[in-house]
Design a binder for this molecule. Sequence first.
Ligand code: NAD
Length: 319
Amino acid sequence: MRLFITGAAGFIGSNYARHVLSTTDDEITVFDALTYAGNRSNLEDLETNPRFNFIHGNICDRSALEKALPGHTAVIHFAAESHVDRSIENPDEFIRTNCDGTNTICDVANKAGVERFIHISTDEVYGSIENGSSKESDPLDPRSPYSASKAGSDLIALSHYSTHGLPVIVTRSSNNYGPYQFPEKIIPLFVTNLLNKRKVPLYGDGKNIRDWCHVSDNCVGIDLALRKGNVGEIYNIGAGNELTNLQLTHTLLELTGNDESMITWVDDRLGHDRRYSIDIQKITKLGWVQEHDFRDGLAETVKWYTQHRSWWEPLKATK
Ligand code: NAD
């Protein structure tokens, strides 16, 4: 297959590109606008692979897509503005890229006749859930500009399926962790602060709950959805590793040899959702199994950041 992967200079997409090149014979084209979150060095080890191609382009730019996309078998669409805090400060870019950009690439992909369009989404579209777990058929209740723009993009992509038959599959994963995550998100932010002997800012009472899925496990799930998923369907990908932010922080403090004195309590994030939890029966039925034990995966991740200072130091400086 020839895969057109948007946003693969970012965290999950770069891990997915690496996964595809190492497990299949597929050719890939990475299409990325290289925003602050996109970094060519995330793909450095792939650049010399003859099955790898990079195009600097924006998903809101129809003519750039019309030039680059035709001839590909499938689109795997990661490109998005992805940081909730930034969406609270400046929502415009989130609506532009996540909604307008998704609509543009769906339209171009439909006219190009792709065989699969995998739209990458998030558990945040279901909103906060006090008890139980959200199923794919549950109503959407996004509450931040980020999650609202992602929910909008899911509906836009699925409307291209219902209306035009674009073969869309949506994946919604819980929070990912692992190598190459921009040091603004909680795990790399806290680890890199601690490696620099700086305190970590913890929101509110620290009791917001998130499920943590290793990025490699999410990539396996996305690839399974691409190759075995049913068109028009949504698949949750989660790991059952639900932790409060305080529990997560304690583990990171322990793994870096620090204690609670390194926590700075800060005012809660506006509209901070209390808990996300997703039901993963559908992706499990496709054959997905979680390979990473959370504690081992987190320890491995801390080690990666410890060994890759030259990767994150320049990013932290620009943040
Ligand atoms: P990221 O912020 O690390 O990377 C986003 C990438 O998209 C960057 O390379 C950036 O340059 C590119 N991009 C942004 N706007 C673009 C545009 N207009 N045109 C082309 N490229 C553009 O994001 P991530 O954490 O890797 O997330 C990837 C996808 O997965 C997103 O759709 C996100 O909503 C979703 N997701 C992320 C998580 C998570 O925990 N990180 C969890 C669930 C779902």
